[in-house]
Design a protein around this ligand. Structure first.
Ligand SMILES: Cc1cc2nc3c(=O)[nH]c(=O)nc-3n(C[C@H](O)[C@H](O)[C@H](O)COP(=O)(O)OP(=O)(O)OC[C@H]3O[C@@H](n4cnc5c(N)ncnc54)[C@H](O)[C@@H]3O)c2cc1C
Length: 313
């Protein structure tokens, strides 16, 4: 039986009842079912068949929110509403036995998207923070951090971009200086341009961040490296001493995402924060590449995130 026939007589999905949807579908000159089928085919029907997505949407109606009713919400309410619905969504997919299937990121985004839950303050946690640890962390680091993040015991942001350095990642100025006496890394934001700016989920929500900074050890610069850093207290949620963090303010779009800024003032973290799958920082401060051109691999985190965004478009 065709999917169209299968769906006939079924209750309409929430988005199908909106004024905008009805208006749009009246104007459309082509068969929407065919487009829909094509759309889901390229996502991998065997894993996420249309019937399963439709079933999810019907079962999870309580999570869905019609955004046309949000026009007059305050930003605070938008963020609270997002978090409330994300928590419901999380419980729902756990109960259903679905996973955060990041290997098939598109399928997951589609489901977040369908519930109007895309690009909120936990988007980066799932699509940039955890993947960056998986990509750049040693086996031991992945084993320690990823379960904490998957269980939402910590939530993370991805802090690469600075006010003065976006595409020019090599030019980042946040410094990470290894102190051989204490076996700690000291983070500093030496200039205004070095202020981390834009990272999603950073302004108010995240307890941790993967931070990109220039590693300095034995008095030498070693290029941009990635570090996992706790930025807020897990009980009080207040920024730790030496951290200045906040929200970049109102935006036209993505109001439910607390894109943030971050500055360091002699902020000390144990050496183990250095993500060391491809490059090692030894106790005496020697930096050894485990693979050739390891610093290029550091850019993989953002690359993965952007590839996902291109796939969505
Ligand atoms: C909504 C939003 C969310 C974001 N979230 C995050 C996040 O979670 N984490 C994070 O780290 N960052 C984040 N960013 C930052 C984003 O990654 C940067 O904006 C991006 O890397 C571009 O940097 P930039 O804005 O400084 O622009 P620039 O690098 O200054 O670029 C400006 C323009 O110049 C062009 N350009 C730059 N260099 C060259 C060149 N060499 N040759 C030719 N043209 C060039 C660019 O294509 C662009 O059109 C976010 C940004 C936005 C807008």
């Amino acid at each position: 039986m065709s999917n169209t026939k299968q769906q006939e007589g079924k209750a309409k999905l929430p988005y199908e009842q909106t004024h905008e949807y009805k208006k749009l579908t009246k104007k459309i000159q082509f068969k929407t079912e065919e487009l829909q089928r094509f759309y889901y085919d390229i996502l991998g029907v065997e894993k996420y068949p249309l019937e399963k997505i439709t079933e999810m949407l019907n079962d999870g109606k309580h999570i869905y929110s019609n955004l046309s009713t949000h026009y007059y919400h305050s930003r605070e309410n938008e963020m609270k509403d997002y978090m409330r619905r994300f928590a419901m969504y999380q419980k729902y997919i756990e109960k259903k036995g679905y996973s955060h299937d990041r290997d098939n990121a598109m399928a997951r985004v589609i489901s977040l998207n369908r519930f109007n839950l895309d690009y909120g303050n936990l988007y980066l946690h799932i699509y940039a923070f955890i993947p960056a640890i998986e990509l750049l962390g040693s086996e031991e680091q992945v084993k320690y951090w990823v379960p904490l993040a998957n269980d939402f015991k910590i939530t993370g942001s991805y802090a690469q971009t600075e006010l003065g350095h976006g595409s020019d990642v090599q030019g980042l100025q946040t410094s990470a200086t290894y102190d051989v006496n204490t076996k700690e890394i000291v983070f500093n934001s030496p200039t205004i341009e070095s202020t981390k700016f834009w990272p999603g989920g950073l302004g108010k929500s995240s307890t941790h961040a993967v931070v990109y900074a220039q590693l300095i050890s034995q008095g030498k610069k070693h290029g941009v490296h990635a570090f996992i850093i706790q930025i807020r207290d897990l009980q009080t949620h207040k920024p730790l001493q030496g951290i200045e963090v906040g929200d970049v303010g109102s935006k036209i779009a993505l109001v439910h995402n607390d894109n943030g800024y971050l500055r360091f003032n002699n902020f000390r973290v144990a050496k183990s924060c250095h993500l060391s799958k491809y490059v090692d920082l030894s106790d005496d401060g020697t930096v050894t590449e485990k693979v050739k051109d390891s610093t290029r691999l550091v850019y993989g985190g953002m690359l993965k995130l952007r590839v996902n965004i291109v796939k969505i478009i």
